[in-house]
Design a protein around this ligand. Structure first.
Ligand code: HC1
Ligand code: SF4
Length: 569
């Protein structure tokens, strides 16, 4: 242990701790911009400087390690002056259009400028750069004029996702973030995961908004506007609307969607159950018939895009089942259209997702199996919250309402899709029954739960040891994928989600720099599952009905046409 003094407080911390971490333990928050918990330190912005007694130069607290007897002042006059100057320089080069910025009320630069006492724009007369906005991606818009070169996006893309879609170019004051050859996010190997949005301290990266298009659809009297919401949105939407993290708001959300003007309110969880029937049956078929193993889940479009760029030879391993979002789109414009007597050309299908890659997924050319664009618009959790605020709804006080049964009923298995390991757990629950004809006694598959980067389990199904693995975050996924490539993967079934934490950590979720959020959101999903009467996808009565009335059976002819797809390898 090392003992040091920070702001006249004696503190002992393990060797190797940074001054910033040590200060945090003493409940002192050192202002910072480029530092982000979980990413490597980069010491680029120098906002976190502190004064160390006996040293002529200020030190960056995010990178400087503690030393025995060190005496640190985190807010001396010199430190405060340096911080203010750094912020003034950043502001001098930053657009002052805060009123219409995505991150209005949630901007680190603005908050720090206020907290650090910036009173006026000292370098206001300096010329601002005017760079073209990158709108080449179907999911993400990047405005380099707002970028403060903190490098958080570059580090999350490089170190956590191992995608390297963006990086630094130029030097000194001209340093900026760009895609390779400046081709734009839509023309490089970007997975559309949106993790760069979640770490951006300002409004330089944001989702491509569908809010105006959805308002226009709702206002069009010739359109029947249908909405579905992803599993994890029900435990994160409340955060944007004044409720604690991890509050389950599914039924308030249905009510809000009706108040906004949607004509029919369904739930992606219904098709999550349907996905399990298809994907589970596919796994059973592959195991029995000696098909390509391990089978890998296909519901995460960020992972699918990553596979197409970096592991195309593994396309045969990926389940042919579409994601729940896309299955919903396909059955909505066929089965629901038929049942309700509405011409599918008049149906507008909106989904609410924790994910930016879903915007990319819905516009893939193969996602038109209903004869129309299966899903028309994708809103992120953040965008739905904005619409609710714009409509003036007092979300917390809304009375709870149910979704509509036909495409809205779900089981606990569907809800846990939103957390890493959830798809695997849901699949095991039903695969066991599909193979044995019996129900699994203990439905809680604990080894695949939690935030460990890679989780593994082995389930004995009538003498067959089914080996499974789960990875979240694309960097973690690489380990399992490389094993398959090398021919040493011991697994039958692998779940991969692009975002750390799974969909609860999706790039479309509320932006709050709180490392406990994913855990709280995930726990809320498992709690909903625990409290549900039906916890297995094969017990969903609306799933039974759609097979009886329309699809016939999992992997049947109609299921194949509407619910399965192929990948670009
Ligand atoms: Fe997900 Fe999925 S779990 S991919 O994370 O399979 O986005 O929540 O909707 O489609 O169901 C996302 C979440 C979501 C799909 C489902
Ligand atoms: Fe990288 Fe994901 Fe951002 Fe694309 S969306 S640049 S893959 S972090």
């Amino acid at each position: 242990m090392v003992t040091l003094n920070i702001d006249n407080k004696q503190i002992s911390v393990p060797e190797g701790t940074t001054i910033m971490q040590a200060a945090k333990q003493a409940n002192i928050n050192i202002p910072h911009l480029c530092y982000f918990e979980g990413l490597k330190s980069y010491s680029g912005c120098r906002v976190c400087v502190v004064e160390i007694e006996g040293e002529p130069r200020l030190a960056t607290s995010c990178s400087r390690k503690v030393a025995e007897g060190m005496k640190v002042n985190t807010h001396s006059a010199r430190v405060r002056r340096a911080r203010r100057t750094i912020l003034e320089i950043l502001l001098a080069n930053h657009p002052q259009d805060c009123f219409n910025c995505e991150r209005n009320q949630n901007c680190d630069l603005l908050r720090l400028a206020f907290e650090c006492g910036v009173k006026k724009l000292r370098f206001e007369e300096s010329e601002k750069r005017v760079l073209p906005i990158d709108s080449t991606s179907p999911s993400i818009i990047r405005d380099p004029n707002k970028c403060i070169a903190c490098g958080r996006c570059v580090r999350v893309c490089h170190d956590i996702q191992t995608v390297n879609a963006i990086g630094f170019i130029n030097k000194g004051p001209d340093t900026m973030v760009a895609t390779s050859m400046d081709r734009g996010m839509g023309n490089v190997a970007c997975a559309n995961c949106g993790q760069c949005i979640l770490v951006c301290p300002v409004g330089a990266i944001k989702e491509r908004s569908a809010v105006d298009a959805v308002w226009a659809a709702i206002a069009d009297p010739t359109k029947h506007v249908v909405v579905q919401e992803a599993p994890s949105v029900r435990v994160s939407l409340g955060e944007e609307l004044g409720l604690p993290a991890g509050t389950l708001v599914a039924k308030k959300m249905y009510a809000a969607l009706r108040r906004l003007g949607f004509d029919a309110v369904f739930d992606t969880n219904f098709t999550a159950d349907l996905t399990i029937m298809e994907e589970g049956s596919e796994l059973v078929e592959r195991v029995k018939d000696g098909g390509v193993l391990p089978q890998i889940t296909s519901c995460c479009p960020g992972w699918v895009k990553f596979m197409e760029h970096y592991y195309p030879e593994l396309a045969p391993n990926v389940s042919s089942a579409k994601s729940p979002q896309q299955m919903f789109g396909a059955v909505c414009k066929t089965y629901y259209a038929e049942k309700s007597g509405i011409d599918p050309k008049d149906i507008i299908n909106v989904s609410v997702m924790p994910c930016t890659a879903k915007k990319f997924e819905c516009q893939r050319p193969e996602m038109n199996d209903s004869g129309f664009k299966d899903v028309d618009y994708v809103l992120t959790t953040r965008e739905l919250a904005r619409m609710i605020k714009e409509a003036g709804l007092d979300f917390a006080s809304l009375d709870e309402e149910p979704a509509e049964d036909l495409l809205g009923l779900y089981t606990g298995a569907a809800t846990i899709f939103g957390a890493t390991g959830g798809v695997m757990e849901a699949a095991i629950r039903s695969a066991y029954t599909l193979i044995t004809g019996r129900e699994l006694e203990n439905l809680d598959i604990e080894p695949v739960r939690g935030l460990e980067g890679i989780k593994t389990a082995s389930v004995n199904i009538d003498g067959l040891e089914v080996k499974v693995a789960v990875a979240h975050g694309l960097g973690n996924a690489r380990h399992l994928l490389d094993e398959i490539k090398e021919g040493v993967s011991p697994y039958h079934f692998i779940e991969i989600m692009a975002c750390p934490g799974g969909c609860v950590g999706g790039g479309g979720q509320p932006i709050r720099f709180d490392s406990t959020l994913k855990k709280k959101r995930g726990e809320a999903l498992y709690e909903e599952d625990r409290n549900m009467a039906k916890r297995c996808s094969h017990h969903n009565p609306s799933v039974e009905k759609i097979y009886k009335d329309y699809l016939e059976k999992p992997l049947g002819k109609r299921s194949h046409k509407l619910l399965h797809t192929e990948y670009t390898s």
